[in-house]
Ligand binder design. Structure first.
Ligand code: ATP
Length: 546
């Protein structure tokens, strides 16, 4: 594809996506193109500059080789698959050093030494590759971006016997052909740390800008458009793209839609769907009941127990498959075979697909009592076998985001909750609804808070019911407030700990210690055992004195 613009297609600004590109229309994008952008990004800290450089690269890719856009965006995000597929880069240093040793013929001890000096294995690889150049007789093959991406993905997926050898082999192949800054970004990319200060959000913004300016049909949409109109359009497109990606957090789905549908229509095709985790909605902390009442004055709201377990976003697909995703959208399905087995009993007739938001809490079935998070955390994380389960859990559903093929995100919580109660039913000891109470006065809320804590919960979640009550994926919204016992005066537990180490402060805290490592004496083992690092809650005066 690419290159189908009229010969006299005009562009605005000094950058020309075709003339300034280093490759031709329809040709594969060279890996060097993104490495050059990474080099420039590394040299600046200005976010707007970073966005622009990335935007320009994306524009050239869209204009010349749109088929490579997905791989380009993945490499910019330094990932190889949607987060929930749990395929991650993060190749160990030892393995990467081996690959560098074997490719450059440099002794490991030089590599080690220069690693200490440079502090970055990518720079070490670049240094020794650069030195080696004069020894080459045959010209190396030019690395292509899509091929590098596919190699990264293959490397991340290797497992089982001989996988170390296979990984080294694949890494060496790329290093042999790499030139200039390429070895640096191959190594850093494989480590899973680009270290150029590029965040996923910045990549999305750059993509929204690029997709607004350059489409496969138009080289520069800004030509003939007023700058106010353009600013409004790009702002809206950014919102559209972010919304699409939080409802359907898969570049595999979203990037092709940028090309085929355009950003104005992307939300029509990239929507919440069962099987893809949504970025969960988060809550704002509050310091007490009076803050809650201030914020929600005049609004209808509900108070729910804030359960102390693990977030479980439970998906039922049309084909009957059930999946569980965590707070960070990792797939937890194999951790909860008991939930998978139980869920069909919780469905009332007519439910064919759904996404429920819930908290999975450790539960003592004999005492019929919730157990604290500490119990749940002892449960094995993967491939749990039903017969080995020691820690029983109960699923406490508090929201319904999707039902029978329809997204409920735009409906107010009051309606979502009604649908939740109408379409699902309790399963003794295994599935229940979050305990809620439409308390409104300080006394009522405080009473309910106490009740929640007695029931082994962390406090309350207070949520608006009708006004400003849509489900906002990934947002830390003011529509959800958390009231934790720890935040309340006199309600927290106290611990007597000993500081055994401290970190030198940065920024405002330069010249003082900024954080402390705290420990507790264990008389049986006769040693101090670390408990936690503390970095907040100090006054300036405290820090000075310490
Ligand atoms: P956050 O998730 O807000 O970043 P965090 O990880 O420290 O902060 P908490 O402060 O404990 O989590 O509060 C949010 C979490 O509380 C939710 O992610 C969810 O797992 C849990 N939770 C328990 N009960 C409820 C409820 N009734 N409604 C919503 N969330 C609940």
């Amino acid at each position: 594809g690419g290159g189908s613009y009229p010969a006299d297609a005009k562009v605005k600004g000094s950058f020309h996506p075709i003339k300034d590109a280093t490759w031709n229309a329809g040709a594969p994008v060279p890996y060097r193109a993104i490495c050059d952008v990474f080099e420039k990004i590394e040299a600046t800290t200005k976010r707007l500059e970073i966005q622009e450089m990335l935007c320009n690269l994306f524009r050239s890719v869209i204009a010349l080789t749109p088929d490579d856009l997905l791989a380009t965006v993945y490499l910019a995000c330094n990932s190889v698959a949607p987060g929930f597929e749990n395929v991650e880069l993060g190749i160990g240093e030892a393995l990467l050093k081996k690959a560098i040793v074997q490719t450059t013929g440099t002794d490991l001890k030089f590599i080690q030494k220069s690693y200490v000096d440079l502090g970055d294995l990518g720079s070490v690889a670049m240094h020794y590759k650069g030195k080696q150049k004069s020894l080459m007789f045959s010209k190396p093959k030019k690395l292509m971006l899509k091929q590098v991406f596919q190699n990264f993905k293959t490397i991340a997926n290797f497992s089982g016997g001989k996988s170390q050898d296979k990984k080294i082999g694949a890494i060496k192949k790329m290093l042999v052909d790499s030139m200039g800054p390429e070895p640096k970004y191959i190594i850093r990319g494989l480590q899973g740390k680009l270290r150029i200060g590029l965040a996923e959000q910045t990549v999305l913004v750059a993509l929204a800008q690029a997709g607004t300016i350059t489409t496969t049909a138009c080289l520069d949409t800004r030509v003939g458009m007023g700058s106010d109109a353009y600013d409004a359009l790009v702002a809206q497109n950014e919102i559209n793209l972010k919304q699409a990606f939080s409802e359907l957090p898969s570049l595999d789905r979203v990037v092709p839609a940028v090309l085929s549908e355009g950003l104005a229509r992307i939300n029509e095709v990239c929507q919440l769907c069962a099987g893809y985790p949504v970025k969960p909605m988060l809550a704002k902390p509050t310091t007490g009941v009076s803050e809650v009442l201030d914020r929600f004055e005049g609004l209808e709201f509900t108070c729910e127990f804030k359960y102390d377990g693990e977030r479980g976003q439970v998906h039922l697909l049309e084909d009957g498959t059930i999946k569980v995703f965590s707070r960070n959208m990792e797939e937890n399905t194999s951790k909860y075979p008991d939930i998978i087995a139980m869920l069909p009993k919780a469905l009332k007739p007519g439910v064919s697909s759904c996404i429920m938001d819930s908290e999975v809490v450790a539960y003592d079935r004999e005492l019929k009592k919730l157990m604290p998070f500490q119990s749940l955390s002892t449960r094995s994380k993967k491939d749990t076998k039903t017969e080995d389960i020691k820690i029983q859990v109960i699923m406490c559903a508090f929201d319904l985001l999707y039902l029978n093929g329809e997204s409920l995100l735009k409906r107010p919580l009051g309606e979502r909750r009604k649908l939740l109660l109408e379409n699902f039913q309790e399963v003794e000891n295994k599935f229940t609804f979050a305990v809620g109470n439409d308390a409104t006065t300080t006394e009522e809320i405080e009473g309910f808070l106490e009740e929640s804590i007695k029931g082994n919960c962390e406090g309350l979640m207070v949520k608006t019911l009708y006004k400003d009550a849509t489900y906002e994926p990934s947002k830390r919204s003011l529509n959800w407030l958390k009231l934790k016992k720890d935040y309340l005066e006199g309600m927290g537990d106290t611990l007597d700990l000993v500081p055994i180490a401290a970190w030198l402060g940065k920024g405002k805290r330069t010249g003082r210690y900024g954080a402390y490592l705290c420990a507790c004496y264990n008389p049986d083992e006769e040693e101090y055992q670390t408990v936690c690092k503390i970095g907040t809650g100090f006054s300036d005066e405290n820090l000075e004195t310490f």
